[in-house]
Design a protein around this ligand. Structure first.
Ligand code: G4P
Length: 531
């Protein structure tokens, strides 16, 4: 095997998805701790600052240069080279959060054991399903009172429509948490509350066949309950099948407590065993083999620098094949140009490192003088192909935008179009109107503030935003088959078009979507659009 191939094969690139507060940051910290990337938990990112930043716009601006919301963490563990993609949460949840998932080969889903599946997880999960990537579940906070284990699994299956396969099984929760039963090894791993920031202690393992020792250790009540649940589980649960896991139809589930450091390393080991190496991606010339020697990559995110003095942008690039050599030239396919990438860097939590080489599976940031767009392909100079585009995801908040000074029409249109091109917002127009009436759609409300701030500061245009009550937008996949003017919808529906002139429908109520489909036989409405 070539050096490039062996480097690629040891890479695992995944995103962590969860609802805010489920424990994503804590779990990430513990992963890094095992990888030796940090010495003390709590140092991944200034969490207190990060929290503050999302509620304070000026802070966001300050942070953007080395944004906490867009870091990629790379660390080594047991011969693997692991890339964790952070999916921004809280108020700065945006389309970028979805796009980040386009760059991952698998996802870790963190669920709070006392809450089950929550809203943000549900949204992010949909993107994983669309991509058919494997999803590994960590049910966290078992040291707190948890929902019934069967109910939790049921919740995942019903809410998300994915089969579950518990890798281990919890014994009690909260004050009565005794540990987990490892189904593979048929033993109980006893809970030990190791100190914050230290590695998982050597946990006591008791074979479940040693009934006496089991009862002595966890007590009669817990032992009886465990044996009863295991009987039920063996009869009811889905069988483990790696193929189904890798297609994203079955999620292996582990239980633990990230805070007290229990079950994290077991989860990491299981995860690394089952997760895929960098996946091949579709291009217009067919699938590209990640192990090929030739470099190729695509841009999945562009981050504008909010500092007026530095109007540069950072393009985030996912390497899809071969080895990237910083001294070599690459082809920017969409720009039809052969060039050397400027300031290639690894974007870490709190710092950036200029890099000289990287491999398929890695994420790099490069300086963008304004030439890249989301979805653009980079490849070896001798190649020329385009990766499949990144879909546009449905915004959930809409507002009508008006400029205050009508004399600044040109700057307004230029600004809003550029910001839309970066992918921070989406713009729509009423079906039969021009650019005088612009409707802006965003995935997270914070993007409205970003828009207002940037138009004022970068384009010197003041705007007024009038919130609209729409929450659901649908692209019409087969719009060529319909006369959109005549489409009969519900009274809360509005017909709009996007910048490419494609018609879309926006609705106030969720049920109107189904109703409109029913009223127009054959109409196919989708929540994201393939570009
Ligand atoms: P997030 O990134 O998903 O938003 O969650 P984060 O890790 O920040 O965790 C949210 C809160 O939940 C934190 O408490 C964290 O300490 C706690 N937590 C995470 N994992 C566990 C766990 O396994 N058990 C228990 N009991 N708590 C857990 P906080 O008080 O909001 O923050 P902090 O003051 O501890 O930093």
């Amino acid at each position: 095997m070539s050096d490039t191939a062996s480097e690629i094969k040891r890479r695992r690139t995944f995103a962590i998805i969860s609802h805010p507060d489920a424990g994503k940051t804590t779990l990430t910290e513990k992963f890094l701790l095992y990888g030796g990337a940090i010495n003390l938990a709590g140092s991944v990112k200034g969490k207190a600052t990060a929290r503050h930043a999302v509620s304070d716009w000026m802070e966001i601006e300050k942070e953007r240069g080395i944004s906490v919301t867009s870091s990629v963490l790379q660390f080594e563990y047991d011969g693997y080279c692991i890339n964790i993609l952070d999916t921004p949460g809280h108020q700065d949840f945006s389309e970028d959060t979805y796009r980040t998932l386009m760059a991952a080969d698998s996802a870790v889903m963190v669920i709070d054991a006392s809450k089950g599946v929550e809203a943000q997880t549900r949204k992010l999960f949909k993107v994983c399903v669309m991509r058919h990537i494997p999803i590994f579940t960590f049910i966290n906070k078992m040291d707190r009172d948890a929902l019934d284990t069967f109910d939790l699994l049921d919740d995942i299956e019903k809410e998300l429509g994915i089969a579950t396969c518990p890798v281990n099984w919890p014994i009690g929760s909260g004050k009565g948490f005794k540990g987990v039963y490892d189904r593979n090894e048929k033993c109980v791993i006893c809970y030990s509350d190791t100190e914050k920031g230290t590695k998982e202690g050597i946990a006591t393992r008791i074979p479940v066949s040693d009934d006496k020792l089991l009862r002595e250790t966890i007590g009669d009540e817990a032992a009886d309950k465990l044996l009863e649940e295991l009987e039920l589980l063996d009869g009811a649960g889905a069988d483990f099948d790696l193929d189904t896991v890798q297609k994203g139809d079955l999620t292996p589930v582990c239980f633990g407590s990230a805070l007290t450091n229990f079950g994290v390393e077991i989860f990491l080991q299981h995860f690394l065993n089952m997760a895929t190496t960098p996946l091949p991606r579709k291009a217009d010339i067919g699938e590209i083999d990640p192990l090929s020697e030739d470099f190729s990559a695509f841009v999945f995110k562009i981050q504008a620098n909010m500092n007026k003095a530095h109007r540069d942008r950072i393009a985030f690039i996912r390497i899809c094949s071969g080895r990237y050599d910083a001294s070599a030239e690459v082809r920017h396919v969409q720009g039809n140009k052969v060039m050397r990438l400027s300031q290639p860097q690894q974007i870490m939590a709190d710092d950036r490192k200029i890099l000289t080489e990287a491999y398929a599976g890695d994420i790099i940031g490069v300086f963008d003088p304004g030439i890249f767009s989301i979805g653009d392909t980079l490849c070896a100079p001798k190649s020329n192909f385009k990766y499949e585009g990144i879909p546009t995801f449905a915004p959930e908040h809409f507002a009508r935008v008006r400029q205050i000074d009508t004399m600044k029409r040109k700057q307004f249109v230029k600004g809003i179009e550029q910001i839309a091109q970066e992918g921070a917002i989406q713009i729509f127009q009423e079906l039969n109107s021009g650019l005088e009436e612009i409707i802006v759609g965003v995935v997270g409300v914070l993007q409205f503030d970003v828009l207002k701030y940037r138009l004022e500061n970068e384009y010197n245009v003041e705007i007024k935003l009038e919130n609209l009550p729409y929450e659901h937008i649908r692209w019409i996949e087969n719009y060529q088959d319909f006369d959109i003017e005549k489409l009969s919808g519900t009274s809360d529906m509005k017909k709009v078009k996007d910048m490419k002139g494609r018609p879309l429908l926006i609705f106030i109520n969720a049920w109107s979507v189904g109703m409109t489909e029913e009223r127009n036989k054959g109409l196919i409405l989708t929540e994201f659009s393939r570009n």
